[in-house]
Design a protein. Sequence first.
Length: 119
Amino acid sequence: MHVLITINHPPLRHAIRAVIKDEFHASAVQTATTEQDARHIVSTPHIDGAIFRIRLWEHGGLRHLRQIKHVQPSVTCLVLHLDARPHDTWCAMVHEASGDLITGATPEELRSALRVMMT
Protein backbone atom coordinates (compact mmCIF):
# COMPACT_ATOMS: atom_id res chain seq x y z
CA MET A 1 0.00 0.00 0.00
CA HIS A 2 1.29 3.45 -0.94
CA VAL A 3 -0.28 6.36 0.91
CA LEU A 4 0.08 10.10 0.53
CA ILE A 5 -0.42 12.25 3.64
CA THR A 6 -1.07 15.92 2.92
CA ILE A 7 -1.23 17.64 6.28
CA ASN A 8 0.67 20.79 7.19
CA HIS A 9 0.63 20.02 10.93
CA PRO A 10 3.83 18.03 11.70
CA PRO A 11 2.69 16.25 14.92
CA LEU A 12 -0.53 15.06 13.28
CA ARG A 13 1.32 14.05 10.11
CA HIS A 14 3.88 12.02 12.10
CA ALA A 15 1.19 10.35 14.22
CA ILE A 16 -0.75 9.24 11.14
CA ARG A 17 2.43 8.00 9.49
CA ALA A 18 3.26 5.93 12.61
CA VAL A 19 -0.20 4.33 12.64
CA ILE A 20 0.06 3.45 8.94
CA LYS A 21 3.53 1.94 9.37
CA ASP A 22 2.36 -0.02 12.43
CA GLU A 23 -0.84 -1.31 10.83
CA PHE A 24 0.42 -1.91 7.30
CA HIS A 25 4.05 -2.97 7.67
CA ALA A 26 4.91 -3.02 3.98
CA SER A 27 3.45 0.41 3.36
CA ALA A 28 5.23 3.26 1.67
CA VAL A 29 4.19 6.66 3.00
CA GLN A 30 4.89 9.92 1.24
CA THR A 31 4.12 13.29 2.71
CA ALA A 32 3.33 16.66 1.22
CA THR A 33 2.71 19.94 2.95
CA THR A 34 1.23 21.81 -0.01
CA GLU A 35 -1.45 21.04 -2.60
CA GLN A 36 1.12 21.51 -5.37
CA ASP A 37 3.42 18.84 -3.89
CA ALA A 38 0.45 16.53 -3.39
CA ARG A 39 -0.70 16.93 -7.02
CA HIS A 40 2.78 16.02 -8.21
CA ILE A 41 2.92 12.90 -6.02
CA VAL A 42 -0.63 11.79 -6.91
CA SER A 43 0.19 12.06 -10.61
CA THR A 44 2.46 9.04 -10.21
CA PRO A 45 0.59 5.75 -10.67
CA HIS A 46 1.71 4.10 -7.44
CA ILE A 47 -0.48 5.97 -4.90
CA ASP A 48 -3.31 3.83 -3.50
CA GLY A 49 -4.67 6.25 -0.93
CA ALA A 50 -4.51 9.83 0.24
CA ILE A 51 -5.17 11.29 3.67
CA PHE A 52 -5.55 14.99 4.16
CA ARG A 53 -7.07 17.56 6.45
CA ILE A 54 -9.86 19.66 5.13
CA ARG A 55 -11.04 23.13 6.06
CA LEU A 56 -14.44 23.37 4.48
CA TRP A 57 -15.01 26.99 5.36
CA GLU A 58 -12.08 27.87 3.11
CA HIS A 59 -13.04 25.24 0.50
CA GLY A 60 -9.34 24.56 -0.09
CA GLY A 61 -9.69 20.97 1.06
CA LEU A 62 -12.59 20.30 -1.29
CA ARG A 63 -10.61 21.73 -4.19
CA HIS A 64 -7.71 19.46 -3.20
CA LEU A 65 -10.04 16.44 -3.09
CA ARG A 66 -11.44 17.23 -6.56
CA GLN A 67 -7.93 17.63 -7.96
CA ILE A 68 -6.78 14.29 -6.55
CA LYS A 69 -9.85 12.49 -7.90
CA HIS A 70 -9.42 14.19 -11.29
CA VAL A 71 -5.79 13.10 -11.62
CA GLN A 72 -6.34 9.60 -10.27
CA PRO A 73 -10.02 8.61 -9.88
CA SER A 74 -9.20 5.25 -8.28
CA VAL A 75 -7.33 6.76 -5.31
CA THR A 76 -9.20 6.34 -2.05
CA CYS A 77 -9.27 9.48 0.06
CA LEU A 78 -9.68 9.77 3.81
CA VAL A 79 -10.57 13.31 4.83
CA LEU A 80 -9.81 14.62 8.32
CA HIS A 81 -12.07 17.29 9.82
CA LEU A 82 -11.45 19.48 12.85
CA ASP A 83 -14.81 18.54 14.36
CA ALA A 84 -17.78 16.28 13.66
CA ARG A 85 -20.39 18.17 11.69
CA PRO A 86 -22.81 16.32 9.39
CA HIS A 87 -22.56 19.02 6.72
CA ASP A 88 -18.77 18.57 6.51
CA THR A 89 -19.18 14.81 6.06
CA TRP A 90 -21.85 15.35 3.42
CA CYS A 91 -19.61 17.78 1.48
CA ALA A 92 -16.67 15.36 1.59
CA MET A 93 -18.79 12.46 0.33
CA VAL A 94 -20.37 14.56 -2.45
CA HIS A 95 -16.83 15.32 -3.63
CA GLU A 96 -16.01 11.57 -3.70
CA ALA A 97 -14.11 11.09 -0.46
CA SER A 98 -13.91 7.45 0.59
CA GLY A 99 -14.37 8.33 4.25
CA ASP A 100 -13.87 10.99 6.85
CA LEU A 101 -12.66 11.22 10.42
CA ILE A 102 -12.13 13.98 12.96
CA THR A 103 -8.54 14.98 13.70
CA GLY A 104 -9.01 14.08 17.36
CA ALA A 105 -9.71 10.43 16.54
CA THR A 106 -7.88 7.79 18.53
CA PRO A 107 -5.18 5.65 16.89
CA GLU A 108 -7.61 2.71 16.91
CA GLU A 109 -10.27 4.77 15.11
CA LEU A 110 -7.66 5.78 12.54
CA ARG A 111 -6.63 2.12 12.11
CA SER A 112 -10.25 1.13 11.53
CA ALA A 113 -10.75 3.91 9.00
CA LEU A 114 -7.55 2.92 7.17
CA ARG A 115 -8.58 -0.75 7.08
CA VAL A 116 -11.93 0.18 5.57
CA MET A 117 -10.37 2.69 3.20
CA MET A 118 -7.83 0.22 1.83
CA THR A 119 -10.16 -2.77 1.33
